[in-house]
Unconditional design. Structure first.
Length: 255
């Protein structure tokens, strides 16, 4: 979760975040060939996802990099998780270059910077990112669905598949696979965008992931619906049917 949204809680996370984690961890497990995978999570925020990688993917070590990390934030995250396989840094230059990364993840990160290609290439130029490293990217989908929530999160853009592939190509990455997910959230977002055109709330009044306070039953129910949403979309893609979705993912490797 972005630091702007996080209250550093471990419990009762937003179902969207839980479902996205389930999807990304499944992708990593499918691609992984290492007995001890190393994941570089760029723009790691409160490190919840990177922490979950170490728990849910066998023998995984996570390296979290976020330019907003201060010594105080790093100390707070370390005190919460107390996990020797979770390492936090405020700069890519601080990461140990002695061992290569198996995966690098940009999970809803590249939309936060003016120059997404520069961010990606800056990471790819590090010696621990090799031709065998998988790059896993998720982004918000469809610029036409840009809303005040994007303003709240300080997004510069939303993507479609052609735009994301172009970003990958300019970053010297070869597209491996990808697709849209969370089709069930398209209609609610369209309604939100239409409503905002009539009555736009100030950013300060908007809710975000960190304000989620619904019951465990509701959280789990929505999480399960979103997981089913992803699996249905994945199945249909195999049949050549590409559903739209509120989010988009891509997996790539260096050319």
């Amino acid at each position: 979760m972005d630091l702007v949204e996080s209250d550093f809680r471990e419990e009762n996370r937003h179902p969207w975040e839980l479902a996205r984690f389930t999807i990304v961890s499944e992708l990593i497990r499918k691609l992984n060939t290492s007995d001890s995978p190393r994941v570089l999570d760029v723009g790691s925020g409160d490190a919840y996802v990177a922490q979950r990688f170490t728990q849910d993917i066998t023998n995984t070590t996570s390296f979290c990099v976020d330019i907003q990390y201060t010594p105080e934030i790093i100390a707070k995250i370390q005190s919460i998780y107390q996990n020797p396989k979770l390492h936090l840094f405020s700069s890519l230059d601080q990461v140990d270059e002695a061992k290569n990364m198996d995966f690098v993840s940009f999970l809803d990160v590249i939309e936060h910077v003016p120059d997404d290609v520069k961010l990606i290439t800056d990471v790819l130029n590090k010696p621990y990112i090799t031709n065998e490293t998988y790059v896993v990217i998720t982004v918000p989908a469809y610029q036409k669905l840009y809303s005040s929530h994007d303003d709240l999160l300080k997004h510069y853009r939303r993507y479609d598949m052609a735009m994301l592939k172009d970003t990958l190509d300019k970053s010297n990455l070869e597209f491996v696979e990808g697709g849209y997910f969370f089709a069930s959230l398209i209609v609610p977002r369209v309604m939100q965008v239409l409503k905002e055109k009539r009555n736009k709330k100030p950013v300060a009044e908007l809710e975000h992931l960190g304000t989620w306070d619904k019951s465990k039953f509701i959280t789990n129910s929505i999480h399960n619906v979103l997981n089913l949403d992803y699996k249905m979309g994945r199945f249909l893609r195999k049949l050549g049917v590409n559903l739209p979705g509120l989010s988009l993912y891509a997996i790539a490797k260096k050319k």
